[in-house]
Design a protein around this ligand. Structure first.
Ligand code: 5GP
Length: 191
């Protein structure tokens, strides 16, 4: 998506550890016009699918997920990062390793909000090693619902998550795909 690529070029900041900061328009301050255009692109990419639930993970996926759910006219659920590892009968849970914090946490979704008849589109801001997507896929599978696919704002294609999950059969659509990143430059795929 050209508009997102141009914004990353203009305002993205490259940090150590292959971390791209997009705090000025997506992850801390949000540009609603750009975020809405991104949601429209997700709707266009998944126009051939029935989606009746959008699932994301707190916090940075929520803004884009809400706009996406608005366009699909369906509820949006976000997995919460649990402080305790207490597992209750009312919750679906998955362990996720955080790329940016380097720690493991348990993510939870109430069993009330995912049902076997749901057709779920997973939305997230970044795809790197695939841990967040895997955790969300596990939660959907525990509920008996179907993962229609995933929509990702920025995929770092030089990291292994996207290739592995696609090889496992998951449909993943990314709005901007980074082929490589160095201290002072970003190369996007299709360039
Ligand atoms: P994964 O689980 O695929 O390794 O990483 C995806 C998760 O880590 C996303 O939910 C995102 O919050 C975070 N993440 C991974 N790479 C980056 C990055 O380069 N920049 C930012 N801002 N977040 C990232």
């Amino acid at each position: 998506m050209q508009e997102l690529i141009e914004r990353i070029r203009k305002d993205g900041k490259i940090k150590p550890g292959n971390v791209l900061k997009v705090d000025s328009f997506l992850n801390h301050q949000i540009d609603p016009k750009l975020a809405y255009a991104m949601a429209q692109e997700i709707k266009r990419l998944y126009a051939d699918e029935t989606v009746n639930k959008v699932l994301t993970i707190e916090a940075s996926g929520i803004g884009l997920a809400v706009l996406t759910g608005y366009l699909f006219e369906c509820p949006v659920v976000f997995a919460k990062k649990s402080k305790s590892s207490n597992v209750s009968d009312d919750l679906y849970t998955a362990k996720v390793h955080s790329y940016t914090h380097g720690t493991d946490h348990t993510v939870i979704v109430s069993k009330s909000y995912l049902n076997p008849e749901d057709r779920v589109l997973i939305v997230d801001d970044f795809l790197a090693n695939g841990a967040a997507l895997e955790g969300l896929r596990s939660i959907v599978e525990q509920s008996g619902a179907l993962v229609v696919g995933a929509a990702i704002a920025v995929e770092k294609a030089f990291q292994p998550g996207g290739a592995r999950l696609r090889a496992e059969g998951m449909r993943i659509e990314s709005l901007a795909k980074i082929a490589s990143m160095s201290d002072d430059s970003i190369v996007f795929c299709e360039e």
